[in-house]
Design a protein around this ligand. Structure first.
Ligand SMILES: NC(=O)c1ccc[n+]([C@@H]2O[C@H](COP(=O)([O-])OP(=O)(O)OC[C@H]3O[C@@H](n4cnc5c(N)ncnc54)[C@H](O)[C@@H]3O)[C@@H](O)[C@H]2O)c1
Ligand SMILES: [Zn+2]
Length: 349
C-alpha cells in the first residue's frame, strides 16, 4: 500500500506493508536519481537484527548512533555532521535513517542542517515511527530544558513502514504505537466494530493516511495539524510528573490514551459531547488494550501547572476537544473546570 503526502515539490510516498524495505533501492533510484552515496544511520542494537538487510543500490556506509532517546542530542548531531563530511556526502546524496522515532528525529535533523539540507529517507522500525514520527517532516533533538526544543521542518523523500521489522519490537513499544493509532481512529470517527476486525497493517495505513492528509493541508502546524495533539495536553503533563521523586512508569502512547479518556470527559463536562461519545472513545481504547485510568497519587496542582506550560498551548489551558461539529482546538478553558474533571477522573471507568 502506498500513501502519498501531497506537499507540491516536497511530496513523497509512504510505503506500508510486509517486506516494503526491499523496495528501497528502486525508490532511491527514482527519488534521488543523482545520488552516488547513501549513509545509513541506525542504533547498534537494530543492526544485529535479522531484518537489517538495508540495500540502497548505491555505495553505502552504515553509521552507528546511541539507542533510542539517548541519541537526540547535540553530540549525535556533531557526530553525524562530521561523519557526513568525512564520508564525502554531497547535496545530491542521501541519508537513510533506520530506527524508531528518536532515530528518525535526530537523523532527520542532521540531514536538515548538513549543507543546509540533504535528502533523507526514513525506514521506520517502531510502531510509533511508522504511524507518527517518520511522517510529516518534524525533526529535532532534546536539550536539558525540554524535549524537541531544537529542530527543523525537513520532509523526507520517502518513508518505509515495513510490518516485518515490527516482529522484533517489544510489546511495550507496540503499546506505545497503539496510543497514537487510537487517537487517529477516534479523530476519523471509525467504528469500534471495524477496529476489532482490523489487522495491525490496516491500523497503520489508517493512521498514516490521516497524518498525511493533515500534514498536506497544514505542513507547519498553523491549524488542523494541531488536532494530532488530541489527548496530548494531559499526556505531556503526565510525562512531566513524578511520584516520590521517581518518574511515572508511563510511556508516551499510554499517557496519550489516558489523555484521550480525560479529554472526552472534559468535553462532556463542557457540554460539547454526550455519554455516547465517551463510551465510543473508551471502547476504542479498550479494544486496543490501552490504559484509561489516571495514575493515583498525582498532584492536581502540578498537573494544572504543567498543562498551562505545555508548549503547544497558545493560551492557558487549551485542549483539542471533541465537539458535535468535530474536533477543535478549544482555548481559555477555566482551570477550575479542568480541576473538577481531574478530581472526578480519580474514578475514570
Ligand atoms: N517528529 C515527529 O513528528 C514525532 C512524532 C511522534 C514522536 N516523535 C519522537 O519519537 C520518539 C519516540 O519514538 P519511539 O517510540 O519509536 O522511540 P525510540 O526510537 O526510542 O524506539 C524505542 C525503542 O525501540 C527500539 N526499536 C525500534 N525499532 C525496533 C524493532 N523493529 N525491533 C526492536 N527494537 C526496536 C529502539 O532501538 C528503542 O530502543 C520520541 O523521541 C518522540 O519525540 C516524533
Ligand atoms: Zn504523541
Amino acid at each position: 500500500m502506498t500513501i502519498r503526502v501531497e506537499l507540491a515539490e516536497r511530496s513523497y510516498e509512504v510505503f506500508v506493508g510486509p517486506g516494503v524495505r526491499h523496495q528501497l533501492a528502486e525508490v532511491v533510484a527514482r527519488v534521488v536519481p543523482e545520488a552516488r552515496v547513501a549513509l545509513i544511520v541506525a542504533p547498534a542494537s537494530l543492526q544485529q537484527l535479522k531484518w537489517f538487510d538495508i540495500a540502497t543500490g548505491l555505495e553505502q556506509h552504515v553509521l552507528e548512533i546511541p539507542e533510542g532517546e539517548a541519541a537526540k542530542d547535540f553530540a549525535t548531531l556533531a557526530f553525524l555532521s562530521s561523519e557526513f563530511s568525512r564520508r564525502g556526502l554531497s547535496r545530491r546524496d542521501v541519508v537513510v535513517s533506520v530506527g524508531g522515532g528518536a532515530t528518525t528525529d535526530v537523523v532527520g535533523f542532521a540531514a536538515a542542517a548538513y549543507l543546509r539540507g540533504v535528502a533523507v529517507i526514513h525506514v521506520a522500525t517502531s510502531l510509533v515511527a511508522q504511524v507518527d514520527a517518520a511522517i510529516g517532516g518534524k525533526t529535532g533533538i532534546n536539550i536539558p530544558l525540554g524535549k524537541n526544543l531544537v529542530g527543523a521542518f525537513h520532509q523526507p523523500r520517502a518513508v518505509f513502514c515495513d510490518s516485518e521489522v515490527l516482529q522484533t519490537l517489544p510489546e511495550r513499544e507496540r503499546q506505545c504505537g497503539r496510543g497514537e493509532i487510537a487517537k487517529c481512529w477516534i479523530l476519523e470517527g471509525r467504528s469500534v466494530a471495524d477496529l476489532a476486525r482490523s489487522t495491525l497493517e490496516e491500523q497503520i495505513v489508517q493512521s498514516v493516511a490521516l497524518k498525511s492528509r493533515i500534514v498536506s493541508g497544514d505542513e507547519r502546524e498553523g491549524g488542523e495539524r494541531a488536532l494530532l495533539n488530541y489527548g496530548h495536553t494531559l499526556a505531556h503533563a503526565l510525562e512531566a510528573q513524578s511520584l516520590a521523586g521517581r518518574s511515572l512508569d508511563l510511556r508516551h502512547g499510554e499517557a496519550v490514551a489516558i489523555g484521550i479518556a480525560f479529554a472526552v470527559r472534559l468535553s462532556r463536562r463542557l457540554g460539547l459531547v454526550g455519554d455516547v461519545d465517551v463510551k465510543y472513545q473508551d471502547d476504542v481504547l479498550d479494544t486496543l488494550g490501552l490504559p484509561r485510568q489516571l495514575p493515583t497519587g498525582l498532584s492536581i496542582d502540578e498537573l494544572l501547572l504543567a498543562m498551562a506550560r505545555d508548549k503547544k498551548a497558545h493560551h492557558d489551558l487549551t485542549f483539542v476537544l471533541a465537539t458535535t461539529d468535530g474536533f477543535q482546538t478549544v482555548a481559555n478553558i477555566s482551570a477550575s473546570t479542568v480541576r473538577e474533571e481531574l478530581e472526578a477522573a480519580g474514578g475514570v471507568s
